[in-house]
Ligand binder design. Structure first.
Ligand code: GTP
Length: 605
């Protein structure tokens, strides 16, 4: 297709503002997918996404669209809306020229709307504002339009009123995409270059790269080279997504499509990398890497271990496969005395961790134990060496530790003014440092805070929703490391440390968190025949403790009458038996899997 007839665009929106529904309508209206084949949310490919109604993976789709007798090729990339997936958003934005800025007319501009909009503006994208869900009776069109105008400085006429549900406004959206979004400006004469914005492992095809061709032409059966990873591959197949794979003869500058790379190695095809033709790479020169590539930095680390000790190999394979379609997941082997061999995995946030765990279960039939998530800390040891610590097991002893630093983020929280007090209280409890407040209008504000990342990752988002009746929204960005007294807290169950519960934590938070954990354990662990001591410790100091009373088998039940000393004797015997059991380790406490999950989720209240 002539480049002047190509339009590449994506949709940026806060979670649940209707991105997937609108994408479905676009596919339907352009006849890309027949209505009767339409499953709701065509572009959310994973079951998990469909169930939870959240977009995790991007799924590109090409549409044919005729306007004024001319045929156009529209390439849509769906983008994830959750805070954890900012990098994926930035990659898909780099692959397009325009973005629909979708705002739910009942909710208005939210934190992710702003965060994604800024990313789009950084990429110089043309923004088409759309107010969505106008079919709803509580849509506040004029008020929300004002917010958009204030945010991007457009006019009221620029804003399209639409409903992904009823299809209102959808034809106008298509018209505006053709009219406003610039066509791609690569050169087909130059050497081939393509940006990888996603990749996938397909059981039959091997590694498939989803790319935006920037310059040149690529055909089937050519040798290709990946500039960042230095890997070589072959184009076994090129084509585009409709959203299902559709093969094509070639791929040209300006187009969005897929390349079957002939590679089996998962690590070789990285999101953000540039694919070129092998023949263009010589010792003297090679095509330039496309801008915007950045190593994805995991924000959260947790140990993932097979529930069955002998399944380490299977876990390794499963994680390798997941990493292929998930550039943000990192994994390094880790060994723990209690949990055996497993991996220290780096992820973008808690939702990401949950998704990884769930995909291991569903796609690879792997049951795993996940240890308490933590951020990466920087430490300086007494001998002057510096280290990045991703696991409590690797944290130096107090007498080897000179100083420690923790990651901080800047956060924007959008919320209605009546909840500002609650939100401020919550953020202060989490060691947040207030910066400024901006007002959209008298009823809504954006609070700017700096916060330790560790305070944001675990359950902050849930808590924020609950203190604001669901109205507050959040976005955050890493800003750097700051000095903090970090300690390692151990949790002892029946005098034995449970490796999975060991955490690195700010000294001031250890008491509260230690208490929370032992209380959760008290409520969830089953009773044993002996008293179970539960303790949280930092070094040799016990900072919280609880105990679970023994349940006593009624060994005296069958006695009827007789001397009381008989009963006493039996009970004495039982006591001794229990002691013996414990000393043999028979009484050691087995921790059920759901207890791990409860503790990790902090479901204490
Ligand atoms: P993420 O993928 O999680 O970011 O969400 P999304 O933005 O893709 O939202 P999605 O399309 O899943 O829609 C969220 C909810 O809003 C669903 O329950 C939809 O049925 C509903 N919804 C979407 N668009 C409309 C609309 O135009 N009108 C009405 N009434 N409901 C809508």
């Amino acid at each position: 297709m002539d480049q002047s007839r190509i339009r590449n665009f994506c949709i940026i929106a806060h979670i649940d503002h209707g991105k997937s529904t609108l994408s479905d309508r676009l596919l339907e209206v352009t006849g890309t997918v027949e209505s009767r084949k339409m499953k709701d949310q065509m572009l959310d490919t994973m079951d998990l996404e469909r169930e939870r109604g959240i977009t995790i993976k991007l799924q590109p789709a090409r549409m044919k669209y005729v306007q004024g007798g001319e045929e156009y090729e529209l390439n849509l990339i769906d983008t994830p809306g959750h805070v954890d997936f900012g990098y994926e958003v930035s990659r898909s934005l780099a692959a397009v020229e325009g973005a629909l800025l979708l705002v739910d007319s009942t909710q208005g501009v939210q934190a992710q709307t702003i965060a994604n909009l800024y990313l789009a503006i950084e990429q110089d994208l043309t923004i088409i504002p759309v107010l969505n869900k106008i079919d709803l009776p509580n849509a506040e069109v004029e008020r929300r339009a004002e917010e958009i105008i204030r945010l991007i400085g457009c006019t009221r006429e620029d804003i399209i009123l639409a409903s992904g549900k009823t299809g209102v406004g959808v034809p106008e959206i298509l018209e505006r995409i053709v009219k406003d979004v610039p066509s791609p400006r690569g050169s087909r004469e130059k050497p081939f270059r393509a940006l990888i914005f996603d990749s996938k492992y397909d059981e039959y095809k091997g590694v498939v790269a989803y790319v935006r061709a920037v310059d040149g032409v690529l055909k089937k059966n050519q040798k290709i080279h990946f500039l960042a990873t230095q890997a070589d591959g072959d184009t076994l197949e090129v084509g585009y997504l409709k959203p299902q794979y559709t093969t094509n003869e070639l791929m040209e500058a300006g187009e969005i499509g897929y390349i079957v790379t002939g590679l089996k190695d998962i690590g070789a095809v990285r999101v953000g990398d540039t694919i070129v033709l092998k023949q263009d790479v010589t010792p003297e020169s090679k095509p330039e890497q496309l801008p915007g590539y950045k190593e994805v930095k995991p924000m959260v680390y947790a140990g993932i271990f097979p529930r069955e000790g002998n399944e380490y190999e299977r876990l390794r394979d499963a994680l390798m496969k997941l990493r292929l379609s998930d550039a943000a997941l990192s994994a390094e082997p880790e060994h723990s005395k209690a949990l055996g061999f497993g991996f220290r995995c780096g992820m973008l946030g808690m939702l990401h961790l949950e998704i990884v765990q769930e995909r291991l279960r569903r796609e690879h039939n792997m049951e795993v134990v996940v240890t308490t998530p933590s951020v990466a800390y920087e430490v300086t040891k007494t001998d002057g060496t510096e280290e990045v610590i991703k696991s409590p097991l690797a944290f130096p002893d107090a007498n080897h530790l000179a100083s420690s630093r923790e990651p901080w983020v800047t956060t924007d929280i959008v919320c209605p003014t009546e909840y500002i007090g609650n939100v401020m209280q919550l953020v202060q409890d989490r060691r947040g440092v207030f910066k400024t407040t901006d007002y959209y209008d008298p009823t809504r504000a954006v609070l700017h805070y700096d916060m330790p990342l560790s305070s944001v990752i675990v359950d902050f988002h849930d808590k924020l929703k609950s203190v604001s009746a669901g109205y507050a929204s959040l976005s955050y960005e890493f800003i750097g490391y700051r000095t903090a007294p970090i300690v390692r807290m151990d949790i002892m169950v029946a005098e034995e440390p449970v490796a999975a519960f060991a955490t690195l934590i700010h000294e001031d938070e250890a008491y509260r968190r230690g208490k929370e954990i032992v209380e959760t354990l008290k409520d969830t662990l089953p009773r044993a025949q002996f008293v179970i001591k539960l303790q949280a410790t930092v070094g040799a100091k016990i900072i919280a403790s609880e105990r679970i009373a023994a349940f006593r088998k009624d060994v005296t039940g069958y006695l009827y009458g007789g001397d009381v000393t008989r009963k006493m004797k039996l009970l004495e015997k039982q006591k001794k038996g229990k002691k013996r059991m414990m000393s043999m380790g028979v009484g050691s406490v087995e921790i059920p899997p759901d207890t791990f999950i409860k503790v990790l989720r902090r479901n204490t209240k």
